[in-house]
Ligand binder design. Structure first.
Ligand SMILES: *Cc1c(COP(=O)(O)O)cnc(C)c1O
Length: 361
């Protein structure tokens, strides 16, 4: 069977070494080991150390595992907000994060931009009462990015607030300064090229202190996956419940491979492939970049309008072995979304562009 290349923004193409590591996991019978064993603790520690190196995570942060990134939205709001949160909303994912705050009984504030638009820092005013600021590095629905430098600048203006960054569809690309960002999170089926089923929460001691304060006040911060519960287990590289042990093992191995390649090379390659894609979109007659402001064009999920609709193009591309994502929600039949994750090479990206050019004729 011909192997396809998945340019879908999650689940996405699997990382090239995934298969080898999975086979090794099966040989070592990782799927059957106890999560209270020494062997599991060593796996957790290894994955933690690899991610720490890859993303330059300081010592005062824990790396915690959940079922998904969606779960982490809820955990952050429960653990770090007594009354008020603030959200930058510009698409379906950032909106869902915002809605969760309301559903949990918090006062949720937002600044919302139209679909396809990013944020101008000069327009962002955060209410004094907001305890937590929620940012989305890459809005997967629209292909809008918030530059990391803008996130850092905003935190420097509002140092008393906790800052949370959703980097689900961009990690490990964004070079976050964890002196300024209090927590960030992702799930593994996007930029890490793994099957779904594992959320990763990188969170500092300030968030933990806030959570403990809320607990002292008699508020509910959750049960087994509350931040204090996850963190207390993390100290001995354990988890409150039986986790996705194989997923944690594979993430450690893939992060190790990424470290061998070097994060600088991974980021540089992402930029090179993004430039190839956006250059193609600039000269194409039928397929055009949806996000207009170059500063807000995502390097990791490229969204394009297709003249006459995207359904036919997606189908024809699939026949060539190149699977791109459809538009999100109401844009399903109008747009395509092309993930630019580390698992896909420069050559595979060039092949997609060649097919797109051929199909235009
Ligand atoms: C995919 C995605 C999520 C949700 O991730 P799950 O693993 O499905 O929980 C959250 N935020 C962004 C930006 C995403 O792209």
């Amino acid at each position: 069977m011909q192997q396809k290349t998945f340019f879908t923004p999650g689940p996405a193409h699997l990382y090239p070494s995934f298969e080898t590591h999975l086979q090794q996991a099966l040989r070592e019978q990782i799927g059957s080991i106890s999560h209270r064993s020494k062997q599991f603790k060593a796996i957790y520690q290894f994955t933690y150390e690899q991610l720490k190196t890859l993303l330059s995570i300081p010592d005062n942060f824990a790396v915690l595992f959940t079922g998904s990134a969606t779960e982490i939205w809820e955990r952050i709001l429960q653990s770090c907000v007594e009354k008020e949160s603030f959200h930058l909303v510009n698409g379906s994912f950032s909106k869902r994060f915002y809605e969760f705050a309301g559903e949990l009984g918090k006062k949720a504030n937002k600044l919302e931009m139209p679909f396809g638009k990013g944020f101008d820092l000069a327009q962002v005013t955060i209410p004094a009462g907001a305890e937590l600021v929620c940012l989305t590095h890459n809005e997967t629905s629209s292909g809008v990015t918030m530059p990391v430098a803008d996130m850092h600048t905003l935190k420097q203006k509002y140092t008393d607030k906790l800052f949370a960054v959703d980097m689900v569809s961009s990690a490990p690309y964004p070079d976050l300064n964890f002196q300024l960002i209090d927590c960030a999170f992702f799930s593994v089926q996007k930029g890490f090229g793994m099957p779904a089923g594992l959320g990763v929460w990188i969170v500092n001691d300030k968030c933990l202190q806030k959570s403990e304060l809320l607990k002292q006040k008699g508020l509910t911060v959750g049960t087994y996956h509350s931040l204090p519960s996850l963190w207390s287990k993390f100290k001995t590289f354990e988890t409150p419940a039986t986790p996705n042990v194989v997923g944690i093992y594979l993430l450690g191995k893939i992060a190790e491979d990424m470290n061998k390649k070097g994060i600088a090379a991974i980021r540089q390659e992402a930029e090179q492939k993004a430039t190839m894609l956006y250059t193609y979109l600039k000269q194409s007659e039928n397929v055009k970049a949806f996000v207009q402001n170059p500063d807000h064009q995502s390097p990791t999920v490229v969204v394009a309008d297709v003249a006459g609709g995207s359904t036919d193009l997606i189908q024809k591309l699939t026949q060539t072995g190149n699977v791109v994502g459809s538009g999100y929600g109401s844009y399903k039949e109008k747009q395509i979304r092309i993930a630019n994750f580390p698992a896909v090479t420069i050559e595979q990206t060039q092949r997609l562009i060649d097919e797109l050019k051929r199909l235009e004729k």
